[in-house]
Design a protein around this ligand. Structure first.
Ligand code: MN
Length: 231
């Protein structure tokens, strides 16, 4: 059988310090996973984790030492950054218990869950889906992946975002409401995970808008930093 159109290319994320790449299957995202951000978005306390998705080709992979280009999207006047730890799944499964979840992780990267905040607010108010506010083109910039074995301290690492050199978001991974293992347990109860899946694990407080010309520098201690310029 031959294809009637060209098959789309599999999105790839570079692996730190090598010429290798990680092929992306799906992108899952966790909402409101840091207490202070949950409060700034109008939440009132711990709630079960909830998930949304971005298309795999929304990734904007940026190799270490490079400054990527982040296109300012259409239809928004409030384009927000959300710095997040990204988990890359190397071994799939369904109903994975938290105690075994970390053995399914191939590695980690720092990413940005870019958001059309004005459209998200409209969607929330109208009870409509978030796709247009979260799953648009180039909404998932991501830095180079680091194998999990190389970052044993990831669970308590610092996470931060600077815009034009000024601090915007700063927290620690251990301030997550649901940790990586718990996220995988909940997520794999709803979807069967597979190698190539990425999980954006939620953002700490301090989300705010960027404009054209801004330079974003996202870091998680121990991982390759991610740099981008908004165009
Ligand atoms: Mn987010």
């Amino acid at each position: 059988m031959s294809l009637v159109i060209s098959a789309c290319a599999t999105p790839l994320v570079p692996v730190r310090g090598s010429a290798d790449a990680f092929p992306v299957r799906r992108i899952y995202c966790v909402g409101r996973n840091y207490a202070e951000h949950q409060i700034e978005m109008g939440g009132t306390g711990r709630e079960a984790p909830f998930f949304f998705m971005k298309p795999a080709d929304a990734v904007v992979p940026v190799a270490e030492g490079q400054t990527g280009t982040l296109p300012y999207p259409t239809l928004t006047a409030d384009f927000h950054h959300e710095v997040e730890l990204v988990v890359a799944i190397g071994q799939g499964g369904a109903n994975i218990p938290a105690a075994q979840a970390l053995s399914h992780v191939w590695g980690y990267a720092v990413g940005l869950d870019m958001t059309r905040r004005d459209l998200q607010a409209q969607a929330k108010k109208a009870g409509r889906p978030w796709s247009i506010s979260k799953g648009f083109d180039a909404s998932a910039p991501i830095g180079a992946l680091t194998p999990a074995a190389q970052v044993p301290g990831i669970a308590s690492a610092a996470i931060e975002l600077r815009v034009n050199g000024q601090p915007r978001q700063a927290s620690r991974i251990d301030k997550m409401i649901w940790n990586v293992a718990e996220i995988i347990e909940h997520l794999s109860a709803a979807w069967t995970l597979a190698p190539g899946d990425l999980i954006f694990t939620g953002t700490p407080e301090g989300v705010a808008a960027v404009v054209r010309g801004d330079v974003l520098e996202a870091r998680v201690e121990g991982l390759a930093p991610l740099a981008l310029k908004v165009a």
